[in-house]
Design a protein around this ligand. Structure first.
Ligand code: ADP
Ligand code: MG
Length: 262
């Protein structure tokens, strides 16, 4: 059984608000999406801006409620209102790491705070924070820095360290490298790959960038207008895309030879 199962999920905006209940104001951003991710697997979700990727990501981690469908973790159906112990099993990494790192706290304080909320005492939390910062390839002095004092790549690593503080089984990363320079991007992608392997994480990796998908993802789902139009092993889809939209996306990637693997 896959660790994460997204089953026929729909996300609609503009419903439930009595001032916005007219039919023309409700908008379905995600339509009947089904996807799975196994432990140690990185599943890419790729599509152009507005295709529903972030809405899907937020529904998976419980930041928004899907209109219909089911999300299962380890075979267990997750309730719409997620209890805190369920929320800790899935963490989201955002494009902008300052969404996760409070600018007024040091990186160490932000990580320790989350560990303490999970019931750890201060000494154990400090030790664990040092381990986590090491796991993401940062030096222990980073713990004493405020997020704004770090480079973009360091800040994203620190936000990943914080995400790992709850010992999640699933990471949903929404364009985590899109704001980074290409050379820095590669190091963060390598980090995510290493963490998926060493911690047995299932990673849902959201991006508009096909180059990143090809480099990182085992499987890929192509989203278009809220639907998954094609899904399968990345190599197979890059080699022989079946859906016209996927073909069009791949054709618009002139700088990358589709047949080269890396
Ligand atoms: P992506 O991440 O692929 O760019 P989004 O999930 O952000 O796509 O958006 C999908 C669609 O849902 C878009 O048409 C967007 O305008 C709409 N949308 C996103 N968030 C909201 C919201 N909070 N309220 C209403 N519509 C939204
Ligand atoms: Mg988005």
């Amino acid at each position: 059984m896959p660790l994460l199962e997204i089953d026929d999920v729909c996300v609609t905006y503009g419903r439930g608000n009595r001032f916005l209940r007219r039919a023309d104001t409700s908008h379905t951003a995600v339509e009947h999406v089904s996807l799975t991710a196994e432990r140690r697997q990185i599943v890419g979700v790729v599509g152009e801006s507005g295709s529903g990727k972030s809405s899907l990501a937020k529904a998976v981690v419980g930041l928004i409620e899907p209109q219909s469908g089911e999300i299962r973790l380890g075979g267990e159906v997750l309730p719409l209102k997620r209890p805190v112990e369920v929320r800790r099993r899935m963490q989201m990494v955002f494009q902008d790491p300052s969404s996760a790192l409070n600018p007024s706290l040091t990186v160490g304080q932000a990580i320790v705070e989350l560990l303490r909320r999970g019931g750890m005492d201060r000494t154990a939390a400090r030790t664990r924070a040092a381990e986590l910062i090491d796991m993401v390839g940062l030096s222990s002095s980073t713990l004493d820095a405020k997020p704004m004092a770090l480079s973009g790549g360091q800040r994203q690593r620190a936000s990943i360290a914080r995400a790992l503080a709850t010992d999640p089984e699933v990471i949903v990363a929404d364009e985590p490298t899109s704001a980074l320079d290409v050379s820095v991007q590669a190091t963060v992608l390598n980090l995510l790959r290493g963490l998926a392997e060493s911690l047995g994480l299932a990673v849902l990796f959201i991006t508009h960038d096909l180059g990143v998908v090809r480099r990182l993802c085992d499987d890929v789902a192509v989203m278009h207008k809220g639907r998954v139009v094609e899904r399968g092993p990345t190599a197979a889809i890059f080699e022989a895309p079946a859906d016209p939209y996927t073909q069009q996306l791949l054709a618009s990637m002139p700088t990358l030879s589709r047949r080269t693997t890396c």
